[in-house]
Design a protein around this ligand. Structure first.
Ligand SMILES: CC(C)(COP(=O)(O)OP(=O)(O)OC[C@H]1O[C@@H](n2cnc3c(N)ncnc32)[C@H](O)[C@@H]1OP(=O)(O)O)[C@@H](O)C(=O)NCCC(=O)NCCS
Length: 314
């Protein structure tokens, strides 16, 4: 087995592996990975995707890639065919990660590395991260089956309006995100939340790029202070499969919390998806974010997987 630079290969070499990965994402996360796979293949053909491929008898059977975002490196993915079943698959995953981590930590100007490995069980590939001084945060992948018959009511508030998210909400949404995550554990995991520019970049990634599913404006809502008319909370949802929605963001300004606004935003999204015949809604949440986890449990979301987020600051 050899580990080689991913930029030596083309989409023809990588496609069979990504077809396997698409099946795994569908099974583990009810997520249609084919849109992301096509994007990865385009970058591979353009020879601009940094990463590594595991090769045996001329065939790619594992890969990991990363992207540079200013002074940050983000590990985009890690996948090895038959991961967990082949006796040496785990070893190959660890080798690929070791190469990626080393490359990123030695890249000039890179001061931070982030990774979230949704399709890997917590702890399963933690070793190379922990050995290189990364912090680890356990996160939950939660799902709620959307029973059409159970169209619950959206709780209303005398001082708050809930309406659909529009493009005009871009700037105020970024301001709410920045304020909502000040001092929050998720701002340790994703440093985009630290600044208004970073939150705008986060929004742009969610709304304009298909990496995390296709943004679904119909099931995305904002909460407004009825008197002042300003935005005080929001929920953004993407379509990760024909009939599956995924909450990519939900937050409420600190001074408006504990009045049921978060629950109303989630109920608005759930109601919209039910009406349109969706069968499931999923989301991810950091285990240490106990308030949010309690809220999701109360709304009958169930934890389906536990995965790791890793962060290194050099
Ligand atoms: C998570 C978050 C969106 C919840 O928003 P919220 O408006 O406070 O949510 P709710 O008011 O609906 O529910 C929160 C709690 O308030 C309680 N509550 C709801 N209405 C209430 C009322 N009228 N009076 C007192 N308490 C009330 C709920 O019982 C709930 O308690 P629980 O934590 O034990 O479940 C908000 O805390 C937030 O923005 N956090 C930072 C960002 C974040 O963590 N987002 C989630 C990332 S996955």
């Amino acid at each position: 087995m050899e580990i080689l630079d991913l930029r030596h290969f083309s989409s023809v070499d990588l496609r069979p592996l990504l077809d396997d990965e698409t099946q795994v994402w569908s099974r583990l996360l009810t997520w249609d990975y084919s849109g992301s796979a096509e994007m990865i293949l385009r970058y591979v053909d353009a020879k601009i995707l940094p990463g590594y491929a595991a090769i045996e008898r001329g065939r790619i059977f594992g890969y990991s890639f990363f992207v540079y975002e200013g002074s940050k490196g983000v590990i985009g993915d890690l996948f090895v065919a038959d991961g967990g079943r082949l006796p040496n698959a785990r070893e190959v995953e660890l080798k690929l990660l070791t190469h990626v981590i080393e490359t990123l930590q030695q890249s000039p100007g890179i001061h931070r590395v982030e990774a979230q490995l949704l399709a890997h069980d917590a702890g399963s590939v933690a070793r190379p991260f922990l050995e290189q001084g990364f912090q680890r945060h356990q996160r939950l992948f939660m799902v709620l089956p959307l029973n059409q018959a159970q169209a619950g009511k959206i709780p209303t508030h005398p001082d708050v309006d809930i309406r659909r998210w529009t493009e005009a909400d871009y700037q105020p949404s970024a301001a709410v995100i920045t304020a909502a995550y000040r001092g929050h554990v998720d701002a340790q995991i994703n440093d985009q939340y630290h600044t208004l520019t970073g939150s705008l970049r986060f929004l742009n990634n969610i709304v304009r790029f298909p990496g995390c599913g296709l943004f679904d404006s119909e099931s995305s809502f904002v909460a407004l202070d009825r008197k002042a008319k300003n935005l005080i909370g929001l929920i953004l949802c993407s379509r990760v499969r024909g009939d599956v929605g995924h909450v990519t963001q939900v937050c409420v300004l600190p001074e408006f919390r504990c009045h049921g606004i978060g629950e109303s935003l989630l109920a608005a999204t759930m109601g919209n998806l039910r009406k349109r015949g969706f069968s499931m809604l999923s989301l991810t949440v950091t285990e240490a974010n106990e308030r949010a986890v309690a809220l999701y449990r109360r709304l009958e979301f169930e934890s389906k997987r536990v995965f790791d987020a890793f962060v290194w600051e050099g």
